[in-house]
Write a protein that binds this ligand. Sequence first.
Ligand code: SAH
Length: 434
Amino acid sequence: MRHFPIFLSLAGRTALVLGAGEAADTKARALRDAGASVRRVTKFSPELLDGCAIAVGAGAEPDALAALSAAAQARAIPVNIVDHPALCSYFSAATIHREPITIAIGTAGTAPALARLVRARIEALLPANLGDLAAFAGRFSARIRTALPALSARRALLDRLFAGRIGELVLAGETAAAEAALTAALADAPASLPGIVHLVGAGPGAPDLITLRAQRLLGEADVIVHDRLGTDAVLDLARRDATRINVGKARANHCLKQHEINDLLIRLAREGRKVVRLKGGDPFVFGRGGEEAAALEAAGIAFEVVPGVTAALACAAQARIPLTHRDATRAVTLLTGHGADGPARLDFDALVRSRATLAIYMGLHALPHLRDGLLAAGLPPATPAALVERGGTAHQRLLSGDIASLAAQAPAWSSGGPALILIGDAVGHGLPPA
Ligand code: SAH
């Protein structure tokens, strides 16, 4: 985040607007709408800033604009010089008004036209009288707080209020019916809710490759327990005030032991929290999600599993490598090259005989072992193979070849990110990068 977004109270404060023309007029009007008294001038001198809470310049001599910027910044008065990002200490936002809700969109001064496009899209999503809903909730907030002292219970009710029938009634203007429904809901709502754990697949790390359900749960969870693997951008989807706990594991550098993670999830749920256990890719593909689910079940904790895009699918898609192909292979095998202690013991004969595309997780360090095993079991040495690092993200890298060339080149080629090996005739049907 390059800037710190805030909403400024300007009622009764003075705003300096330097310059003439449409941009200056628009700024002056917006400042007046926010309750400021506007000091409108066409020439600058520093004492004009006395008592000002904010300053804007547009359509004046370049020297005057530069002087305003310098003087305002020397006094720590927020200043915006229209179309001169270098002279600004703040940028104004494109705004959407649903009083008392205001949505502000910023582009750090880089692309105001894009901000207008985003605004138009959001405008179209939001009912015109959305503000009525906020006002309605505001009127009842004291009663809701008294009836439901526990935050999680309150939040559950408010989610229902906003998204459900009560919200629809408010938006339809049926305030009396909405009030009656809310009163009934308050009488029925349990004072506290049992906790729950959602085992959520985060996909390969790109935030737009998670499911809509995962996105919603991230926005609702009280606590996010997450791994190290490529989930930072995804974490930005979480509620700002959610607690984040990193239990991430790097190879041979375990932060928390698996049983400690299990115990943590159980404890958080018993405290009544709504927990998202965020795991790279899919929770049930080499993610030890099965062990966490079993521990939760044994402890009597409610849980739900939300699938994610697993590395094999993300890597194949972005590298333009089909996993199956009618002319090549009709099966895919997901396997791991790494066992509990050292290289996995694999049935190489069966793997080669199956002619399946092999998608090998955690295989980088076991590559020589995989090469020896597969070739000894009769894999044709020219079988196409690929190594995909940070697949499905903006930093994806691809190394193509065969199993022997990958094993030879991988140590120098790897930049340390998670990498997946693909082997099989279907890999030869891959297309060059776009
Ligand atoms: N549950 C995860 C896998 C966890 S095991 C999933 O479904 O994808 C960790 C291994 O997954 C890594 O060693 C690597 O082999 C693979 N992996 C995870 N993310 C990856 C990515 N973005 N690109 C390539 N391989 C990845």
